[in-house]
Design a protein around this ligand. Structure first.
Ligand code: SF4
Ligand code: SF4
Length: 388
């Protein structure tokens, strides 16, 4: 990378037309030094996508296959050792991966580009001396053993973390159920945000691309509403990228807890005005009136001491929607607080054990978990989602 390389590249991209996405991705790489500044000939690259649940690309939940195809093409211009992978939410095994790759379009990308799909579900521990939460962290072995890691995230609102983009995408490098073990240990919002920063540091991805052509607003990252954003972004620093994209979406740094944690820890200066951004003018890509998650918009207007004291009562409460629950048992398996049991073909939540992590809401593929308004909803006439 040249010493004068910009902090980020931001490019308009109005749809997933193959030729357009390929041209935009190539331009993003070019502006940041070209693919040979990311990977060298013969090196292996793990392309970490977001496949949180096995949904089709038009749901705007997972990284779009056209973006993956375009980035893989850039990398393959330098090396033929490109592997696409992810540890989706929930159990992590060959069958889960096969279904996930098929439903999200990754199988086709692999067939058409010649890239490999990762089916190695082994894990390894890495030491992280600079971490605040975890001095040792379990990660997917193929991520750790790859010469390079390239992250391709999806820009979405996130009911617990405000936004999910370049920083949070790294959490899918924590294998399978280990994610929920960590989540149960660090379920407080600020603690979980610090953990996400630790994971991002541990993964240390060499290059980040953010698919923000069609993103998500509202109660994401799975059951929000697709929102057209019309851009692709890339860069080497996940904190700078999330800060830039938050600014384009009108989301303050403090409404993105992992970004706020990185700033507090001195990992990033937090000033969008100091970023050198190549490509299109960010002001022309501004997304107006993004719908933030209900939980965040419901509590953001409160003074901090009040918010801290009544935090639990301010948070949305998950409940089972009996008309959609199939009794599949996934939520029982992944609930970090062991608050869910499935009996008689339906899930039930023990409210007193629930830590409001919303993993069940996010990961139920059938929409079987809904969210009830906070107990203190009377404090405001309406707690419906608000626009940024
Ligand atoms: S709520 Fe969803 S994940 Fe839980 S048992 Fe019902 S269908 Fe399965
Ligand atoms: S019931 Fe849902 S929101 Fe509550 S702790 Fe379990 S997974 Fe998290």
């Amino acid at each position: 990378m040249s010493p004068s390389s910009p902090d980020a590249a931001l490019l308009a991209c109005q749809n997933y037309d193959r030729a357009l996405v390929e041209e935009r991705a190539a331009e993003a790489f070019r502006l940041l030094g070209g693919p040979s500044s990311v990977v060298s000939p013969g090196e292996s690259v793990f392309v970490k996508v977001n496949l949180v649940v096995p949904m089709s690309p038009d749901r705007a939940v997972t990284t779009h296959p056209e973006v993956v195809r375009a980035v893989v093409g850039q990398l393959q211009s330098v090396t033929d050792r490109v592997v696409i992978g992810e540890s989706p939410g929930g159990p992590y095994n060959r069958g889960v991966l096969k279904r996930s790759y098929e439903r999200t379009g990754m199988t086709r990308v692999a067939e058409e580009t010649g890239a490999a799909l990762n089916f190695d579900v082994t894990e390894t521990q890495v030491a992280l001396p600079g971490a605040e939460k975890m001095k040792r962290l379990v990660l997917c072995r193929p991520v750790v053993e790859a010469d390079r890691v390239v992250s391709i995230s999806k820009l979405k609102t996130h009911i617990l973390m405000g936004l999910t983009g370049a920083i949070k995408n790294n959490y899918g490098c924590v294998p399978g159920m280990q994610k929920f073990t960590y989540h149960s240990r660090y379920h407080d919002e600020a603690e979980f945000a610090d953990l996400l920063v630790d994971v991002a540091l541990a993964v240390g991805a060499d290059f980040h691309v953010v698919d923000a052509v069609d993103g998500m607003e509202g109660n994401g990252s799975v059951w929000g509403t697709p929102r057209h954003m019309g851009m692709l972004a890339a860069g080497r620093d996940p904190f700078a990228l999330d800060c830039l994209l938050g600014n384009v979406l009108g989301v303050r740094n403090d409404l993105n807890p992992p970004l706020a944690a990185a700033i507090r820890r001195g990992l990033f200066h937090g000033e969008v005005g100091r970023l050198e951004v190549a490509g299109d003018d960010p002001a022309r890509l501004t997304v107006r009136g993004l719908l933030m998650p209900t939980k965040r918009s419901a509590i953001n207007w409160l003074p901090s001491p009040f918010m801290r004291r009544y935090s639990a009562a301010m948070h949305l409460r998950p409940y089972v929607n009996a008309s959609r629950c199939t009794g599949c048992g996934k939520c029982e398996e992944i609930c970090p607080a062991h608050a869910i049991s499935v009996t008689g073909g339906a899930a039930a939540i023990e409210a007193s054990r629930c830590i409001r992590c919303y993993c069940c809401h996010e990961l139920c593929e059938y929409g079987g978990i809904d969210l009830a308004r906070p107990a203190l909803a009377f404090a405001r006439r309406s707690l419906s989602p608000r626009r940024s």
